[in-house]
Design a protein around this ligand. Structure first.
Ligand SMILES: [Zn+2]
Ligand SMILES: [Zn+2]
Length: 244
């Protein structure tokens, strides 16, 4: 995450962005200390349809870890007791169309959950990369089951990016990641004046959209930063009646 660029783009939210940065640091600290050797209790290779996180044992293990870290982060950043709704908020975030908007969360509990979850999930995924399925042709993340918000396009093709665990995987450009529609009459894209190298690709069958960065026209940063720096495109897509 390029914090300086995010603050530059959203100067009014500077205080919240710096808090988010602090929460990420606390999370990384705890996870490196306590969970560096973690092996998730996965039973892979028997089902190629479901993500790792959708295995019940893994899901409860991960929710426990994230909740524990949220508790510590809450104490350090805000003080006092963690609200009871925390686990539910984590569960909502770790659903296929999770509540991921941006790092500029104003609600305290969402701010903690959002930042702890992304930092922890990225770490856990990297530490368990070998349990990921070798072949994966779905539009959602094989590790956490989340649908992408952003893709990178290059001559080599399209890479979808998971907004939660930062995993990226190849996917056809002429296919909707949400409903697998390949009817080109129902797939399309638009660009915005003055915004170079970013397109909104949409599907008129399911009405979902994804933002795509053309790395031949625009330098890629990282998926989360690129997502936040292109929120204007989301506003346009939502105005057109598409969903994210
Ligand atoms: Zn993921
Ligand atoms: Zn679709």
């Amino acid at each position: 995450m390029k914090w300086d660029k995010i603050i530059k783009a959203h100067p009014k939210s500077k205080e919240d962005i710096l808090k988010a940065k602090e929460i990420r640091k606390i999370t990384l600290n705890i996870i490196q200390r306590k969970y560096s050797e973690i092996r998730l209790s996965t039973s892979r290779y028997n089902d190629t349809e479901i993500s790792i996180l959708e295995q019940d044992s893994v899901r409860s293990e991960i929710l426990d870890i994230i909740e524990t870290i949220c508790l510590r982060a809450w104490e350090k950043v805000f003080g006092g007791d963690l609200p009871e709704s925390t686990r539910e908020t984590i569960g909502n975030m770790l659903s296929p169309f999770g509540n991921i908007e941006s790092a500029r969360k104003e609600n305290k509990i969402e701010m903690i959950v959002h930042n702890v979850t992304i930092e922890a999930m990225t770490f856990l995924r990297k530490a368990n990369n070998d349990v990921l399925p070798r072949t994966w042709s779905h539009g959602r993340c094989p590790f956490c089951g989340t649908y992408p918000r952003l893709a990178y396009d290059s001559e080599a093709g399209r890479q979808l990016c998971c907004p939660i665990c930062e995993y990226s995987w190849r996917f056809p450009r002429l296919k909707c990641p949400y409903c697998n529609n390949t009817d080109h009459n129902l797939l399309g894209y638009f660009e915005a004046d003055g915004i170079n190298g970013i397109r909104v690709y949409f599907c008129k069958k399911c009405m979902y959209y994804i933002k795509s960065i053309d790395t031949r026209k625009r330098r890629a940063l990282d998926p989360e930063t690129d997502d936040i720096l292109s929120l204007e495109m989301d506003n346009l897509a939502l105005k057109e009646g598409f969903k994210a």
